[in-house]
Design a protein around this ligand. Structure first.
Ligand SMILES: NC(=O)C1=CN([C@@H]2O[C@H](COP(=O)(O)OP(=O)(O)OC[C@H]3O[C@@H](n4cnc5c(N)ncnc54)[C@H](O)[C@@H]3O)[C@@H](O)[C@H]2O)[C@@H](O)CC1
Ligand SMILES: Nc1ncnc2c1ncn2[C@@H]1O[C@H](COP(=O)(O)OP(=O)(O)O)[C@@H](O)[C@H]1O
Ligand SMILES: [K+]
Length: 527
């Protein structure tokens, strides 16, 4: 089984290791195994003959680094060791002694260090417990200022293993080889500038130990292509028809922001949803019709400024006629009364952009209390602050958990590492994205895509969901599979980011405007 989806804190990793050691695995044997795997990965990056500086700490992160030093020495690399500590853990001390007896040059002062082509950072792993100061802080700053790439073992030294916070100072790595299971800190936004390209080194931790420590349904998980693809509504049933593939209502756009409605709609189109209805101010109806001839465009009465003033749905239709509703992009805040009207709907509801700004104005938690079906809020950091001003966004994982619990909604906090939580605190983190998405309109695309996916998957499950299930956020019970709404939210997030990555590969990071992004959604699935 792929261990890529698990995420651990330092204390959970410590508990898992303890279980392995208690079961009989010798500590020294595990260190040998782990460092052997690290050495193999290094040899794919560094050519024999090149000079490698090894930075060794006092604990087992340093022990790993010293075994790597020995291995690279025997594989024909020029190796030296920087080891400034006076007291080492026993196993680490033994490896240090052996390296010295092999005549690998060892130094305690940065002023003595020869030049090198690469540095291996084994100063601190998940055992870092306080701020780095004095000699070690000076050394880390010195290494960061050099030209040679740094490869960190487990986590860049100086980062807090859980929060990704910099404790005093931290190594800026080009590569991070995370050992065994992904550390939570590597998925926090503040850690991104320090991590470089991150890879997991799987050293065969038994699944039973992982589940014993993390629980049968782990609280925090990484979204991977495997987890995302397992939720997509593919292949379609051979005998399906359009009304079985979901009916999404988008409520978006204004005279001022007509483009937001188009982008949201194009995101929804790519989801493959069976029926798409789009409520917009009457003035921009012809524009939407020309972009999306397949959609039902509902022209609504508008305010003087060109915002929707009232939802005028077709005859025999009300909000509960739809499988899901997504609302907000380009709406403006000119007519706040629209939101309390929409909140009444008894189907899953995605709120984004101006719908969130209005929600913040009228009272986030009190308004959402009226909801009987699932609600998904998709704020960026600014909108999150308006919705939940009392929640610190510094630890984004904690922040989404708290916000979701308080609002009894699913919260998707957008950013370079989008984090999603359900009210029970189950979190998905999107580990792979691109700054090419940091452009106006790309969030609108996500809202449409997510709405479309929700409508479709709900309908595939038979369209029936009961109140008690809704509170558990469970929407679909097929023969042997339970799909929860937050899994669908995670899948949409993954799909959107992968489209950004694919578009950036084809067109550079500057070539991913929001319209172009919509054109790369389907190619992600073909790949
Ligand atoms: N047992 C093994 O062989 C394995 C080792 N692993 C490695 O072991 C690491 C964890 O090892 P440890 O628990 O020994 O911890 P570390 O090697 O991360 O560091 C702990 C040491 O640093 C000291 N220290 C902490 N903060 C400090 C500060 N601010 N300034 C100065 N000293 C400080 C501590 O007192 C302790 O001696 C992992 O990150 C990984 O690299 C595991 O990943 C795999 C299994
Ligand atoms: N630096 C970044 N790296 C990766 N993804 C990003 C980055 N910045 C923004 N994004 C993504 O781009 C989208 C921006 O959405 P949003 O802020 O709502 O923009 P808009 O409202 O203009 O559409 C989100 O999906 C977000 O996760
Ligand atoms: K390290």
């Amino acid at each position: 089984m792929n261990k890529d989806q698990f995420v651990v804190t330092a204390s959970q990793m410590r508990d898992i290791e303890t279980r392995i050691f208690t079961a009989g695995m010798p500590v020294a044997a595990l260190m040998e195994k782990v460092a052997g795997l690290i050495s193999q990965r290094l040899q794919a990056i560094i050519s024999p003959g090149e000079c490698v500086g090894i930075l060794a700490g006092s604990g087992h992160n340093g022990g790993d680094a010293l075994v790597v030093a020995r291995e690279l020495h025997f594989r024909g690399y020029q190796v030296w060791i920087y080891q400034p500590f006076s007291k080492l853990k026993e196993l680490t001390a033994q490896h240090f002694q052996y390296a010295r007896n092999l005549a690998i040059p060892c130094y305690q002062e940065i002023t003595e260090l020869p030049n090198c082509d690469f540095l291996i950072d084994g100063l601190f792993g998940f055992g870092l417990e306080r701020e780095i100061t004095d000699t070690i802080a000076t050394a880390i700053n010195y290494f960061n200022a050099g030209n040679q790439p740094i490869i960190s073992i487990d986590i860049p030294s100086g980062l807090h293993t859980d929060t990704g916070e910099v404790l005093g100072t931290a190594i800026q790595a080009q590569y991070t080889f995370c050992l065994g299971l992904w550390k939570q800190g590597l998925l926090q936004e503040q850690a991104i500038p320090y991590i470089g390209q991150a890879q997991l080194i799987d050293f065969d931790i038994p699944l039973a130990d992982i589940y014993t420590v993390l629980g049968d349904s782990p609280q925090i998980k990484r979204i991977t292509s495997t987890t995302a693809l397992s939720t997509l509504p593919l292949p379609l049933p051979l005998t399906t028809h359009k009304y079985k593939q979901g009916h999404l209502l988008l409520i978006c756009g204004s005279r001022r922001y007509a483009g937001g409605a188009i982008l949201t709609a194009l995101g929804a189109r790519a989801s493959g949803v069976g029926m798409l209805s789009i409520a917009v101010p009457a003035t921009i109806k012809p524009l939407l019709v020309s972009h999306l001839p397949e959609a039902l465009i509902i022209g609504c009465p508008e305010t003087e400024t060109g915002a929707i003033s009232h939802l005028q749905l077709p005859e025999n239709t009300d909000l509960n006629s739809f499988t899901a509703i997504a609302c907000g992009p380009g709406l403006t805040q000119d007519h706040p009364a629209l939101i309390p009207e929409i909140i009444q709907c008894e189907c899953p509801l995605v709120l984004d952009a101006d719908a969130l700004n209005i929600l913040a104005q009228i009272g986030t938690i009190s308004t959402l209390q009226q909801r009987t079906a699932a609600t998904i809020l998709t704020p960026h950091t600014g909108e999150f602050h308006r919705l939940f001003p009392h929640i610190s966004p510094l630890n984004r994982i904690k922040a989404v958990q708290t916000a979701a619990q308080e609002s009894v909604a699913i919260i998707l906090l957008k950013g370079a590492r989008t984090a999603i939580s359900n009210p029970q605190g189950h979190v998905w983190i999107n580990p792979e994205s691109t700054p090419a998405l940091a452009r106006g309109g790309s969030g609108d695309v996500l809202t449409g895509l997510l709405g479309g996916l929700l409508a479709q998957i709900l309908t595939k499950a038979g369209g029936g969901f009961w109140k008690d299930q809704v509170l558990d956020q469970i929407v679909s019970v097929t023969m042997n599979k339970v799909i929860s709404i937050e899994d669908i939210v995670a899948t949409a997030t993954w799909w959107h980011s992968q489209a950004g990555i694919l578009a950036a590969q084809a067109r550079t990071e500057l070539g991913v405007d929001a319209f172009t992004l919509t054109q790369y959604l389907i190619p992600v699935l073909k790949r």
